[in-house]
Design a protein around this ligand. Structure first.
Ligand code: ATP
Ligand code: MG
Length: 249
């Protein structure tokens, strides 16, 4: 069974069709990147898949469960157990410590907190010694690692990460990416990562390009950022404009 299966997802804001027949499949344990220009609908899709926003039509299944058919309460419960979301803006709770933030979804689910797993994740993410600190006392990269630990803690089937390296310097971004890839390998959870960075995308098993509301191209980047850039430019290059005012064909 697919970790994630999106079929014909459509979402319009007024007359603008942001998603228009969007289809994407993520196999269990697969690491995929979703790329596309600003405004192409990447966050819109991630929010629908996370059950945080509604599609106009189409469906998204996670581990065979139809997220698009769930009411808000059911979607929230489902997300806590099966989906880890990493937001670009971290969304940490400032009043709580690092440790409390990481275990929050599990606590809200009234499930048991596995202290040994917490210790392992804290260690794997290089957060040792920061457990009792509040987010205000952390760097951007540290906050991002806490957000990733929180997304992973409940052993979700799927991680949805929206530009998790977007606010970081290049070195931290690459470190976080390497960390996510190694966690994908050790934790076997499927990951769909939105990114604008060809180096980050090149680490994925599959790269999907979002254009005109749907996945227009999918390929294996084979670790080659230059190939990702080349294909991206070919897919999204603006049409050259005829000086006489007519577009070239
Ligand atoms: N609540 C909303 N109301 C109206 N328009 C919206 C709403 N949310 C998103 N949009 C529009 O939908 C389009 C897609 O937005 P989305 O946030 O999915 O883009 P994105 O691909 O994630 O872009 P970025 O790379 O800049 O994050 C944009 O044109 C945006 O203005
Ligand atoms: Mg976005």
């Amino acid at each position: 069974m697919d970790a994630l299966n999106a079929t014909d997802v459509c979402r319009a804001y007024g007359p603008r069709k942001v998603l228009d027949g969007f289809c994407l499949t993520l196999a269990p344990g697969e690491f995929a990147a979703l790329m596309g220009p600003s405004g192409s609908g990447k966050s819109t899709f991630l929010n629908i898949a996370a059950g945080l926003a509604r599609a106009d039509s189409g469906r998204v299944e996670i581990g065979g469960a139809d997220v698009t058919a769930m009411g808000d309460g059911a979607a929230t419960r489902f997300r806590r157990r099966h989906v880890g979301v990493v937001f670009q803006a971290y969304n940490l709770l400032e009043a709580y410590t690092v440790e409390e933030n990481i275990v929050m979804p599990v606590r809200l689910d009234r499930a048991r907190v596995d202290r040994a797993r917490l210790a392992r994740l804290v260690e794997a993410l290089g957060l040792g010694g920061l457990e009792k600190r509040h987010p205000a006392g952390l760097s951007g990269g540290e906050r991002q690692r806490v957000a990733i630990a929180r997304a992973l803690f409940a052993k979700p089937d799927v991680i949805l990460a929206d530009e998790p390296t977007g606010n970081l310097d290049m070195k931290s971004a690459r470190e976080i990416c390497a960390l996510m890839k190694s966690l994908n390998e050790t934790e076997h959870c499927a990951m769909l990562l939105v990114t604008h960075d060809p180096v980050v995308a090149a680490n994925a098993g599959t790269v999907h390009f979002l254009r005109d509301g749907r996945v227009a191209e999918s390929f294996a980047p084979c670790g080659d950022p230059a190939e990702v850039s080349r294909r991206y430019l070919a897919a999204f290059a603006a049409k050259p404009v005829d000086p006489a005012g007519k577009d070239f064909q």
